[in-house]
Design a binder for this molecule. Sequence first.
Ligand SMILES: Nc1ncnc2c1ncn2[C@@H]1O[C@H](COP(=O)(O)OP(=O)(O)OP(=O)(O)O)[C@@H](O)[C@H]1O
Ligand SMILES: [Mg+2]
Length: 361
Amino acid sequence: MKLGITYNVKKETELEESLEKVNKRNTEARKYLDENIIEKYSERIDDTFAEWDSIETIEAIKNAFEKAGHEIILIEADENAFETLRLTKPQIVFNVAEGKGGASRESQLPAILEMLDIPYTGSDPVSIGICHDKSRCKEILSYYNIPNSKFFISDNDEVNHNLSYPLFVKPLHEGSSKGIYNSSVVHNPDELKKEIKRIKECYDQPSLVEEYLDGKEFTVALLGNGNDLKVLPIVEINLDEVPNGFNKIYSYEVKWFFDTRENKLDIFKCPAEIDSELYKKIEETCKDTFNVLRLKDWARMDVRLDKNGIPNIIEINPLPGILPDPEDNSCFPKAAREAGMNYDECLNAVLNSAIKRYDLI
Ligand SMILES: Nc1ncnc2c1ncn2[C@@H]1O[C@H](COP(=O)(O)OP(=O)(O)OP(=O)(O)O)[C@@H](O)[C@H]1O
Ligand SMILES: [Mg+2]
């Protein structure tokens, strides 16, 4: 098929354009980081493009589809994307674009594709937008009685609430653990206000404040639609690997500083070593979540057990990360490998779900 791939790629030039903003954010972030970390990981503190893909990932995606016999058109998801799509008119698009900016950024490409009547992989602009606003998403889950921790949102000092400490504070609409540091776990109103202020200053957005879930953590990849919806082998996040003295969370420090190619943490267990009852419960909760949010083709969700051992949904990624190198920490391809699919087969399975959904064969 004539297949478009829409994406955003990490770039140095964009960084220069917004240098002032980036510098301000980095300065703020440093105030909340441990001295040793600042010294050791100085060059990795900037998180501006943490969500965007590297050129190696885009090449690997292209390669996977070329090998399957598709004719590829690469389309960077910038201001020219609409015109390129209008002129080239792919039969279908494999969309991994995170979008240019703003809370609804991941909806931008799906909305353009709908306007141009071009089929595409993944969820529609409404569902993607909802997942990207973590509070809107939780409201829907709560309506359908899908467990998720109690929460409120705030961007100021008014923090009257009836939640129980410890609380967890994170940006309302970021991914890749942006803005989630060791200091995100708070134990009193002063710490809480400080974190809300940091997120407002660094990310110019409200905080989602939640009750802290202190149980085991998992990430769950789903593939397909309707009766074909499959849960891939569940990945457990081995939080015992978080260095001593740090909270047991999968924070920005853990993801981007502590766990590196040179110094790998044994952070994932796949499939998760848990009893079959809990395994089934997690699968069921994730499938229900996929369906009530009307997600399409694929998604990856983070789940954590509450104090009663009940799986709670932390957040949903309707555009999961897909780093090609098995040495890198990318849980969707990892779960697919455990299910017997290599990288290329995994991506083609996502595309084929969309092809089937649009009835293109
Ligand atoms: N309510 C909570 N209770 C306990 N830990 C939490 C809670 N919310 C988030 N966390 C921890 O923080 C981590 C990052 O949070 P979250 O998944 O919401 O961020 P993200 O940036 O969207 O992640 P991703 O990289 O998966 O896009 C989680 O993996 C988990 O370890
Ligand atoms: Mg997450």
